[in-house]
Design a protein around this ligand. Sequence first.
Ligand code: NAD
Length: 496
Amino acid sequence: MSTPHAVPGSWIDGAAVDGTGPAHTVIDPATDKAVTTVSLAMSADVDSAIESARAAQGGWGAATPAERSEVLRRLADVMRAEAGALAAQEVAQTGRTVRLATEFDVPGSIDNVDFFAGLARNFDGKASAEYSGDHTSSIRREPVGVVGSISPWNYPLQMAVWKVIPALAAGCAVVLKPAELTPLTTLTLARLATEAGLPDGVFNVVVGTGAEVGSALSGHAGLDMVTFTGSTGVGRQVMAQAARNGTRVQLELGGKAPFVVFDDADLTAAVHGAVAGSLINAGQDCTAATRAIVAPALYDDFVDGVAELMASMTVGDPTDPDTDMGSLSSRAHRDKVAGMVDRAVADGARLVTGGTVVDGPGAFYRPTLLADVTEEAEVYRDEVFGPVLTVSTFTDDDDAIRRANDTVYGLAASAWTRDVFRAQRAGREIHAGCVWINDHIPIISEMPHGGFGASGFGKDMSAYSLDEYLAVKHVMSDITALAEKPWHRTVFAGGR
Ligand code: NAD
């Protein structure tokens, strides 16, 4: 089932391998045209990938931190050399703007690799000491083992990097399943890692469907850990599949970030922040601003300002550097977003701008602002994952915080105020893995990303992420050399 443009859909044991499944066409969602065809993996390919990872695990885990660091440093260098190609591939398979790919996805991914190249040489732990008086206790940080990773389609390269690089820094071997909609930069990353000197088998990729390859991977007895980024519903299935083997799990799931604007906020900054924070990557961002909760005194001006700025956005050809917003990731997803907006309007939300599909080829949707949205509305409670912002209001600061927290999710949030005590309160009381003050979206390799509640648990990025892939071992060595240890009196009545 191969075509002249087909690429092998797996990278196993340091080489491109055709999957044993059917051919899958990767579509450019901005043009509806085929980018390439990939031979999908099946569960038998997952078995081979895990076998290859298991064989490579011991050697990679035994490499010195400096050796692992050096491979990652070289990977960052080859990614820098291939930055243009990586960005072009990311644009073609996702419909995101070339500006987002070249100024965020690719440099952000390279910075992450650089960061973990450094961190690979810096394992933390408690000091060795004679805590019991009779033993020397020391802590070892050992690689968890073979990790199965599953990533989503919204930031294909960055999500692959976030999942794989800290695991490699920790000395783990990885089998990664990207979303089949967007597998290309992940396959390139695996090839570049091999070119950078990563030993064969340490990083394997299997491109396949969630139902076939995702479930085969997450339920595989040959894994020591499963890490997943994607929707909350699928994350829970992954957890259940991993539970069959009692496999360690980390989950980065959906979000529904509140964007709280207090009455002393800088209105212009809040308006710009809301539009940038809700429309980045066409809103297909788990931390995107989705629920603006705005003080009554600023409400009308905020709605007018956001609507005007949204209406000025250029939506179209993602390869044009002057385009503000590209297409959504697929027509099916665009239709899901449109359906949620249509139902919101039918339920009484006020459509201030947008709410329309852009005619012609491609999965384009206009930036959309829905005002006067109630707390019960589907569009207020469920993840839309598109260029859609809702606006509602609050009565006082207690009510603002209550509304911000009135969600099952807890990934990200922002508060806009010039009052230091309000800012501190928002940072303290909003239940989310990240709370921005007077900004929304920025991330940085040194700081953790991860959610609470239905947004999952565990961290990507930062030293906290390295910890996910390191098992903590206590080695306790007797220093008394006594045959009869003092603690034996708890067992032997009267001594022996
Ligand atoms: P998704 O849950 O549909 O798919 C994610 C991955 O899981 C894909 O690779 C998919 O093929 C795979 N999958 C599907 N069914 C599976 C199964 N039964 N077993 C194992 N794997 C399976 O998510 P998506 O639509 O690709 O991505 C969007 C979602 O990802 C949004 O909910 C978004 O909030 C979330 N997300 C979260 C973060 C975070 O860090 N918390 C980051 C990015 C995206």
